[in-house]
Write a protein that binds this ligand. Sequence first.
Ligand SMILES: Cc1cc2nc3c(=O)[nH]c(=O)nc-3n(C[C@H](O)[C@H](O)[C@H](O)COP(=O)(O)OP(=O)(O)OC[C@H]3O[C@@H](n4cnc5c(N)ncnc54)[C@H](O)[C@@H]3O)c2cc1C
Length: 375
Amino acid sequence: MSESNGRHAEVAGGGFAGLTVATALAQRGWSVTLHEKGDELRAFGAGIVLWHNSLEVLKAIGAYEPLLPKSMVPPFYETRMHNVTQSKEDFWGLEWRTMTRQDLHETLVDAARNSGVDIRVASEVVSADPAGSVTLASGEVRKADLVIGADGVASKVRDSNHFELERTKSRDGITRLIVPRRKEDLGPGEWDNVIDFWNLEPRVLRVLYVPCNDDELYLALMAPIEDKEGSAVPINYDVWVESHPYLAPVLEEAAKIHGRYDGYQTTVLKQWTKGRIALIGDAGHAMCPALAQGAGTAMSNAYTVAVAATEAANADLPQALVDWEARERQITDECQERSAWFAETRSMAKGNQFTPQMLETARYDPTTREMISVG
Ligand SMILES: Cc1cc2nc3c(=O)[nH]c(=O)nc-3n(C[C@H](O)[C@H](O)[C@H](O)COP(=O)(O)OP(=O)(O)OC[C@H]3O[C@@H](n4cnc5c(N)ncnc54)[C@H](O)[C@@H]3O)c2cc1C
């Protein structure tokens, strides 16, 4: 544990953003209390793809090594249309990894606990004051030098402070599941690749196939919100297998699990900070999942705000947060725009879409503020 710097932070939300910022602050001498409204600490969703930007954050907070045996580096990101390969991308060697959300979350919880973060479950933040406090559902008011809103897309820290925002909901949604890999039943193929199986005709049904480790496969099944059969949970096996017959063994597994169909949205805020409050992750910049960067940008901004707040004198902290936003925001804004464009046009189906420009967010190293060149 680090030597105390005499300052205290209150963090709302025990997701990837909240756990990362809490750990990075505690490792810099802050006393940190993290509030999670759920009765237990757990990750929602199924699997996840992380890139260079967030992997560098994991290294910096000591959570990378523990994840290595639980995650993998697929050889290629392959895109298929009607099961015909359109492209195989390896991102010119830029680091990326796949894993289950549960494994990532547990690793972050361990890192936070080992760094001395006081984690409280069943503790809901109902509002926050820019002068430096949070109010809990219990009525308790807790003072802080820094308040972090990492409480997700329906953030109460944000909404209790009337941050101005624009919200755009997408026309598609995704059912996410973890199933056994059943590689041996899938027939010939490179089943260690991430494979993005698109069908746009006769109906839009996309399967993102993401191996997470030797045993677990993450399936993300995308269908338009208006397609009642495609968006049903548990999945309608007949509909999905008719569209993707070569995936029958794993779709069979998917049909045994209830799963959850979630829509997604882009929320763009006029500002991310107010006084001693900073918003990070989906609370500040929710995005469509096309570029798989919602958690990546959440963890990047979590890390950089912890550094910025620590470097500032306590009296200057509100201005330091404004400066942090000015420095870091463009890369997130552009990622939101690009992800929203992909969601709108569905043009990832063409393959070869991870150009150096589209990988800009992934290429950023928030721990050094350097941009890695590829291509
Ligand atoms: C289909 C889909 C696929 C995705 N795939 C990827 C991917 O591959 N890679 C990637 O980087 N990103 C991906 N994302 C995005 C990513 O999941 C999110 O951006 C990320 O999880 C946001 O983390 P967060 O910590 O900000 O918010 P959340 O994960 O929403 O966590 C917020 C936490 O705060 C708690 N909470 C809420 N309100 C309160 C309150 N008032 N008080 C206390 N606690 C509260 C919640 O219970 C929750 O635990 C995907 C998203 C979707 C929808």
